[in-house]
Design a protein around this ligand. Sequence first.
Ligand SMILES: Nc1ccccc1C(=O)C[C@H](N)C(=O)O
Length: 266
Amino acid sequence: MSSVRTNVPYGSHPLQTLDVCHQNPSPAAPWLIYIHGGAWRDPLITKSTAHPLLHHILLTHPTLNAATLNYRLSPHPDQPQATARHPDHLNDVLSGIFYLRDNYGVAPNRAVLVGHSAGATLVFQVLPQLGAAGLWPAAVVGVEGIYDLVGLVDEYPGYAGFVEGAFGERERWSAASPGWEGCKGYKGRTVLMHSDDDELLSWRQTLAWRARIEGARGKGGKGQRVRLVRARGLHDEVPEGRELAGVVSELVGEMTVKETEVRHML
Ligand SMILES: Nc1ccccc1C(=O)C[C@H](N)C(=O)O
C-alpha cells in the first residue's frame, strides 16, 4: 500500500509540486507537512531539503505519512525571471495543503506543519487560513524562522533586497507578517526552534514571536504556551539535525496515541 511520489503537481507552475510518502492509508493517519526556506527566492533551497528529515522520521514512524512542498519563488540574482510576490507563496502552500486533503484525505488535527526560515513565516501565515477552512493542524513548528519583516530588516539592513523582492515596498511588510489575531481558535501545539549557531538569524525573531503569541493567547492558560527548543547547527543545517527530528517524533508519538483511541471509538 505504501507509495512514494515525487514532483506531484498541485497547480500548473513547475514549482507547484510536492513529494509525498503515503505509507498509512488510514484516515486517522498522522501527517508531517514540510515547507522549505530560502528567503522566498533561493532556487537551490527546495522541497528536497526535507528529504533527510523525512527518511529518518518515516523509517522510525511507519504509521506516519509525509509531504514536502515547493512553491513559486521571487526573483533571485541567479533566477531574475522568477516573478512570485506575496501572497503567491502563501497561496501555493495553501493550495498544496488542500491538494493533500482532497487527494490523500489528510484530516484536520492529524497534521504537524513544519516550516524552516521563510517557510516558518509561511506556516504561521497559512495557519489562520487553515483554521478558516476547518483544518487546524495538530501542531506547528517554526525552525530558524522569520516572523516580523520590519524587525528583520531593522536588525539586518542587508536583507532589505530579498524582503522587497518577495513583499514589495516597506509599507506592506507589517501587514504581510504573520499575526496571531486569526489564530484564537487554534488549540494545537506551537513549537519554535532556533540554533545558537545560526549565522543568518539571531534569536530575536523567535523570541519576539513567542512573546507575541503568548501575549495574544493570554498567559497561563492550559495548552496556551509556546515551546521553545534549542537546535544545533548553521541556519540550513538545522532541518537535518536531531533536534528537529526529536520534536517531530514526539509530536507524532502524541498523535499515534490518539489514533489508537480513535480506533477504539470506531
Ligand atoms: N533564509 C534566509 C534567512 C535570512 C537570511 C538569508 C536567508 C537566505 O536564505 C539567503 C538565501 N541564500 C538567498 O540569498 O536567497
